[in-house]
Write a new protein. Structure first.
Length: 115
């Protein structure tokens, strides 16, 4: 798993990089899929009609030869990362729920054919 951090204006602290890598390793174990290349893009977005800006985190990954992207905004870096990871975890859970019935249907079809 290759993780690349991209930030246009700000340096990403090593503690944040370590946090993201441990979370990604955990996600890879849960999903049981091969994530070859992961890009973590960090930037700032200015809110309209406001003087505050928010941190934008975009996670782009190559999963099973498909490019998947998740993007979230938050008041600080950690909040943005947690929101992105929640999206990724829910997507993984949905794929697992979809994949399980297919396997059980395939087993039933194979059993019917063998009989």
């Amino acid at each position: 798993m290759q993780v690349q951090f991209v930030s246009k204006k700000h340096a990403i602290p090593d503690a944040v990089k370590a946090f993201v890598i441990t979370k990604l390793e955990k996600l890879q174990k849960i999903s049981q899929s091969s994530m070859q290349r992961i890009e973590v893009i960090v930037s700032r977005a200015q809110r309209k009609k406001s003087s505050t800006s928010e941190v934008v985190v975009e996670l782009v990954a190559d999963v099973q030869h498909k490019r998947v992207a998740f993007k979230e905004m938050g008041q600080n870096l950690y909040q943005s990362f947690y929101r992105v990871f929640e999206k990724v975890e829910s997507a993984v859970a949905r794929r697992k729920k979809i994949a399980r019935p297919r396997i059980s249907r395939l087993k039933k079809v194979v059993e019917e054919i063998e009989e």
